[in-house]
Design a protein around this ligand. Structure first.
Ligand SMILES: C[S@@+](CC[C@H](N)C(=O)[O-])C[C@H]1O[C@@H](n2cnc3c(N)ncnc32)[C@H](O)[C@@H]1O
Length: 206
């Protein structure tokens, strides 16, 4: 377990660089809250982030307690597995947060339709040529009909999310779903029950 005093001295030297500030201290830990896109957005609003990467068994718990006097402390996990150190977790967090800062991604529109931007996974992506090794781009994408393309992509998002991350489908707010979304979800085996999107038990349809 990492001793507390070297950590306190390191963190105090960071504080001395910006007197009066109350930075957010991210302590990567498999026992922390799980990092996600919403947290990336929240952290992107912060003025000053400090990361304290543990190694070995982790950091003496009293450092966390002491640090709360000077920092807003968040213990954050990259996922439900154990890494050898916090550095890889922090690289992932810095990249996810950094690309949300203005000017980092060339086209800010590309942040809007990405996976997890609206609680769903992204639709499949294609580029030219439209025919490649006997594989065709879905015809609708070549139609020029923007409304139909948008609907097709939304349906693909719902279908892909239902197949790969059904937990995300169940977290959708039914109030945010259009009639067409609900029809697509119904075809995928989901219904709104008690104000939540739930899988319809097999055999109970019709
Ligand atoms: C071997 S781990 C310590 C695991 C700790 N004893 C536990 O069981 O919760 C060493 C360091 O790796 C980092 N780490 C490991 N898994 C992580 C994860 N899923 N997310 C973020 N950081 C992680 C943390 O900085 C941790 O202090």
């Amino acid at each position: 377990v990492m001793k507390p005093e070297p950590w306190a001295q390191a963190l105090e030297s960071v504080l001395a660089d910006d007197p009066g500030a109350r930075p957010t201290l991210i302590v990567p830990s498999p026992a922390g809250e799980v990092f996600d896109q919403a947290m990336a957005h929240a952290l992107a609003e912060e003025q000053h982030l400090v990361f304290a990467c543990g190694r070995y068994e982790g950091i003496d718990e009293r450092v966390i307690d002491w640090a709360q006097e000077h920092f807003t402390v968040r213990q954050v996990s990259l996922g439900d597995y154990v890494l050898n150190g916090g550095e890889v977790a922090v690289l992932a967090m810095v990249e996810a947060v950094g690309r949300l800062l203005p000017g980092v991604v060339g086209n800010p529109e590309s942040l809007v339709e990405e996976s997890h931007a609206d609680g769903l996974l992204e639709y499949p992506l294609y580029t030219k040529p439209s025919s490649w090794r006997e594989r065709e781009i879905p015809e609708i994408l070549l139609s020029g009909n923007h409304a139909k393309i948008a609907r097709y992509r939304r349906d693909e998002q719902l279908a892909r999310t239902a197949a790969r991350r059904p937990d995300l489908i169940e977290q959708l707010d039914p109030g945010s779903l259009s009639k067409h979304d609900l029809a697509t979800l119904s075809a995928l085996g989901y219904a709104v029950e008690g104000g939540a999107v739930m899988p319809v038990p097999s055999g109970s349809a019709e």
